[in-house]
Ligand binder design. Structure first.
Ligand SMILES: NC(=O)C1=CN([C@@H]2O[C@H](COP(=O)(O)OP(=O)(O)OC[C@H]3O[C@@H](n4cnc5c(N)ncnc54)[C@H](O)[C@@H]3O)[C@@H](O)[C@H]2O)C=CC1
Ligand SMILES: O=C(O)C(=O)COP(=O)(O)O
Length: 524
């Protein structure tokens, strides 16, 4: 039974695919309500309230995936999740429209002083002259961060007859031209805008982006809106600009600390606030919960996820094409690691033939994960394989060759160890499966599966019989046997597939046979 903890409020309709699955138990409780059971959960679904810290991850050793039903993952320690091999996904576009609309609602409220007027009328006043606003029409709107939400805000602003100026260092000229916005520098935006709205993630670069220096570059009477993340506009820095009326008004949906408590900004009449409501619509909540529920379900079924923060993203099409090689690479990694059984410095991978045209990042990660698995105590998977390899000083490289050398496709690897170098080549044959066609310098042909026994010996008559007799005498059944040699009478190998693993004593017996140089158990 798979166990999923949903620790923030989420749409039941969106969670339906998980709730309906009889193999899944969904627990909808806060983290502190299930402290004792945290170690049992396979997946954790959150919004912005739950803080997924390294300490929480440590308490959840079974965790495989964190699903963020929303955009911002600043409440999740993604680096720690990556180290622990936990996939982090989000729902990147389910709440875009709602947040753009909320930004617009805030903008209209700000310039027409709707919240203040509302409170006044509710207090039985009728003070029309106190609430004279300004029009949005003809005003210059500065949008900082022109991603999904920023660009939806721009569309709405244009419909209101506003001039839109955009600052986004990662925005390509082609995209800006297509959308038809004025792309400018941050300084130009600050100097021109009557209203500034921020729509960036909270990063080292954007934290305090509108701080004392940049606020001083804005027009007197500017309005500011933050429906992105608390801290992009420096809350403390705003205070003097509000006091001296340089800033005409501020709309905040998000805060550096949530809830903000008794924050001095809340005392200003021209600061209007909502409690992080950008994504709080029925539609957005169904969208984001559905997106993460479907993705988590796919992930738990072993399929690729498309909105991962810490894994290369794969479309279904690409996944279907690479799936076979992904499995082959994993098995090759496991075999190479067991065969080498010593510290290694480098793994060089060459993709040839049809596989060379595919998205190989994922295949390489799978091979590395297979290689590292027998060697590291912690969980290792596609999420953290490259990182763990690096930590352990194992370099890896990919090369590509159009020519498959007798095979439609092949993956070849060379592992450079402290004392030896090992090579292997595998191929995937449709309707036939995975085959290892070169092993340690020998041409051979075996399926990388089950309990394998590798024997390196001198090519002499009677060797196969000797090995067969010993195994037979000990009730070990040989399922298949493949042989290979470099030249007649030279070095040769056998690769046997057995119905059960060999015990140490039997390995010793085989090793003691004259003309047998190496005996290795390999488990795939
Ligand atoms: N208030 C709420 O309830 C909600 C808030 N959000 C927040 O809104 C923000 C934007 O979300 P999306 O548009 O979906 O993200 P997005 O990733 O589509 O767009 C972010 C944009 O910011 C730009 N950017 C990054 N660093 C920048 C910098 N230093 N200066 C200027 N631009 C920079 C990026 O190039 C990108 O175009 C995020 O912080 C997200 O967490 C999102 C949904 C709901
Ligand atoms: O998606 C985002 O980034 C949001 O800020 C929405 O947060 P929430 O899911 O409403 O807690």
């Amino acid at each position: 039974m798979v166990r999923i903890l949903v620790s923030d409020a989420m749409s039941e309709e969106g969670l339906a695919p998980l709730l309906a699955d009889p193999t899944i138990e969904v627990v909808q409780k806060k983290v502190n309500e299930v402290e004792e059971e945290l170690h049992q959960f396979d997946a954790l679904l959150v919004r912005s309230a739950t803080k997924v810290t390294e300490q929480l991850l440590q308490k959840m050793p079974n965790l495989k995936i964190v699903g963020r039903a929303g955009v911002g993952v600043d409440n999740i320690d993604v680096d720690a999740a990556t180290r622990y091999g936990v996939v982090v996904i989000n729902a990147p576009n389910g709440n875009t429209i709602s947040t753009a609309e909320h930004t617009f609602a805030m903008m209209a409220s700000l310039v027409r002083r709707i919240p203040q007027a509302h409170i006044s009328v509710k207090s039985r006043e009728w003070n029309r002259s106190a609430f004279v606003g300004v029009e949005l029409f003809g005003k210059h709107l500065g949008i900082i961060g022109f991603g999904r939400i920023g660009s939806e805000v721009a569309k709405r602003a244009r419909a209101f007859g506003m001039h839109v100026h955009v600052y986004d260092p990662f925005l390509t000229k082609a995209r800006a031209e297509k959308i038809g916005v004025d792309v400018c520098t941050l300084d130009e935006l600050l100097a021109q805008a009557d209203i500034i709205t921020v729509h960036t993630p909270l990063t080292k670069e954007t934290k305090g982006l509108l701080g004392p220096k940049n606020l001083a570059k804005t027009k007197k009477g500017v309005y500011l809106i933050n429906c992105a993340r608390g801290g992009i506009i420096d809350e403390q820095a705003l205070i003097p600009f509000l006091e001296n009326k340089h800033v005409a008004g501020v709309a905040l949906d998000v805060f550096e600390q949530e809830p903000p408590g008794d924050h001095p900004l809340l005392s200003f009449d021209n600061v209007i606030v909502t409690p992080h409501l950008g994504a709080s619509t029925v539609e957005a909540q169904v969208n984001v919960a559905t997106q993460v529920a479907e993705e988590v379900l796919k992930f738990l079924q072993g399929k690729p996820v498309t909105s991962s923060i810490n894994l290369p993203t794969l479309s279904k099409d690409v996944y279907e094409k690479i799936q076979a090689f992904y499995t082959l690479a994993r098995k090759m990694g496991i075999l190479a690691s067991q065969y080498m059984g010593e510290p290694v410095q480098e793994i060089a991978i060459t993709y040839s033939g049809s596989v060379a045209d595919l998205e190989t990042t994922f295949i390489t990660r799978s091979l590395l994960a297979g290689f590292l698995k027998p060697r590291v105590a912690s969980t290792v998977n596609e999420v953290n394989a490259a990182m763990i390899a690096k930590e352990r000083g194992i370099a890896f490289s990919e090369k590509f060759s159009a020519n498959g050398n007798d095979y439609n496709n092949s993956i070849a690897l060379t592992v450079y160890g402290e004392n030896k170098t090992f090579t292997m080549k595998g191929t995937h044959i449709v309707h036939y499966g995975d085959r290892i066609v070169h092993f340690n310098g020998f041409a051979i042909d075996f399926a990388p599966e089950g309990h394998l026994l590798y024997i390196q010996h001198h090519d002499k008559p009677g060797m196969i019989g000797k090995v067969g007799n010993i195994l037979g005498d000990h009730q070990v059944n040989i399922a298949t046997m493949q042989v290979g040699r470099q030249e007649a009478g030279g070095k040769a190998i056998m690769m046997l597939s057995l119905d059960k693993p060999l015990d140490d004593a039997l390995v010793d017996t085989l090793e003691s046979i004259e003309d047998i140089d190496v005996v290795k158990r390999l488990e795939v």
